[in-house]
Design a protein around this ligand. Structure first.
Ligand SMILES: [Zn+2]
Length: 308
C-alpha cells in the first residue's frame, strides 16, 4: 500500500492538528511554570464560592519555606483585577492579604488576580457566581423630584468611603448594629417609572428598629466621619462613618442622635447613637453600608464569616 486512502489522510491531518495543539498548550503550561518558578509568590482565595456582592479575600505568601533564612519583605505586593489595583496588607510573616469587592452591577464569571512584587508575579483565578437580587418599582408623580445631595456631603462621604488606613482594627465576625429586624437587603435593584436603573443597587442593609433604638458599632474601628443634617447632610441625614482599617469602612445613616465624635476609637458593640429618619428617609430606619476599597459590599457575609 503506497497510496493513502482519503480516510487515512483525514485522520493523519487530525492527528497533526492535535499534536500541534497539544504542543502549544504544553508550552503555555511550561511557560507559566517558569514564570511562577521565578518568584516565591503564591496566592489563594476565600470564600471557596464567592457570589456577586461578596468580598473576595486574596491570601498571598511571599516566600517559600525553602528560603533560609526567611526574609521579611518591606514592600507589600500589589493585586490587580481587571483595570483596578488593590492594596495588600501584611497579616503575618511573609503573608499578605488583599480584599476584592464585587457588586450586583458586575457580570458573574471568572476573575483573574495578578499579584506582583519586586520578585516577580503570579496569578490566581476565582469564580464569582451569579445571584438574584430583589427588584423594587418606584413611581414618581410628575413634577415631584427627590432630595438632592449637597456638594459638601457628596465630597465628605466620597472621601470617607475611599479611606484606606494601614492598621486592621476589626476582629472576627461583625455584630448587628441594631437589634431590629432587617427591612431591606443589600443589592436591591430598581425600576423608576418602569425604567431599569442600571447604576442603582441598594448599597447597604436596612434595620427597622424603632425610632430612638440604639445603634452600635458592628466591629471595632475609628470614627472618621460625623455629619449632621442641619449642617448640610441633606440626603444622608445625621451620619457616622467608622474606619475598620485596611480599606474596610462602615457608614450609618438617617440617625436621630449621634453619641460619638471624630477621632474616637470604638470597640464592637459600643454606642454610636440612635435610629431616626433624618435626611432622605421615609420612616425611622438605620441604613448600614459596608465598603471595601470604596465599593459597597454585602454586610451579611461579614456577619456570618470571620475574615481575618
Ligand atoms: Zn438603605
Amino acid at each position: 500500500m503506497n497510496k493513502s486512502s482519503p480516510l487515512l489522510d483525514v485522520l493523519t491531518r487530525r492527528n497533526w492538528r492535535s499534536i500541534l495543539l497539544g504542543a502549544i498548550s504544553l508550552s503555555i503550561v511550561l511557560w507559566s511554570a517558569v514564570q511562577a518558578a521565578g518568584t516565591p509568590l503564591s496566592a489563594s482565595f476565600t470564600p471557596a464560592s464567592p457570589r456577586l456582592g461578596e468580598t473576595v479575600v486574596v491570601n498571598i505568601a511571599t516566600a517559600s519555606s525553602q528560603s533560609t533564612p526567611p526574609t521579611t519583605q518591606a514592600t507589600p505586593p500589589t493585586v490587580k483585577v481587571g483595570t483596578k489595583t488593590y492594596p495588600a496588607f501584611n497579616v503575618g510573616k511573609e503573608r499578605f492579604r488583599a480584599m476584592i469587592p464585587t457588586t450586583p452591577l458586575e457580570k458573574p464569571g471568572d476573575r483573574e488576580a495578578t499579584i506582583s512584587d519586586n520578585t516577580g508575579k503570579t496569578t490566581v483565578k476565582f469564580p464569582v457566581a451569579d445571584r438574584k437580587f430583589a427588584i423594587q418599582r418606584i413611581n414618581f408623580s410628575p413634577g415631584k423630584s427627590g432630595v438632592e445631595a449637597t456638594e459638601l456631603e457628596l465630597k465628605q462621604v466620597a472621601a470617607f468611603k475611599a479611606t484606606v488606613s494601614p492598621t486592621k482594627l476589626w476582629s472576627g465576625k461583625f455584630i448587628a448594629p441594631n437589634a431590629g429586624k432587617t427591612s431591606s437587603p443589600y443589592g436591591v435593584r430598581r425600576y423608576y417609572n418602569g425604567e431599569f436603573a442600571t447604576d442603582y443597587y441598594h448599597r447597604g442593609l436596612d434595620y427597622a428598629g424603632g425610632y430612638g433604638s440604639a445603634v452600635v458599632a458592628p466591629a471595632a474601628g475609628k470614627v472618621v466621619l460625623v455629619g449632621y443634617e442641619k449642617k448640610g447632610f441633606r440626603v444622608h441625614g445625621n451620619v457616622v462613618g467608622v474606619d475598620h482599617g485596611q480599606g474596610l469602612v462602615s457608614i450609618f445613616m438617617h440617625m436621630s442622635k449621634i453619641s460619638v465624635e471624630e477621632g474616637q476609637m470604638l470597640a464592637a458593640g459600643d454606642d454610636i447613637g440612635a435610629i431616626g429618619s433624618t435626611g432622605s428617609s421615609t420612616g425611622p430606619h438605620l441604613h448600614w453600608g459596608l465598603y471595601v476599597n470604596a465599593v459597597s459590599v454585602d454586610p451579611v457575609q461579614w456577619r456570618s464569616q470571620s475574615i481575618e
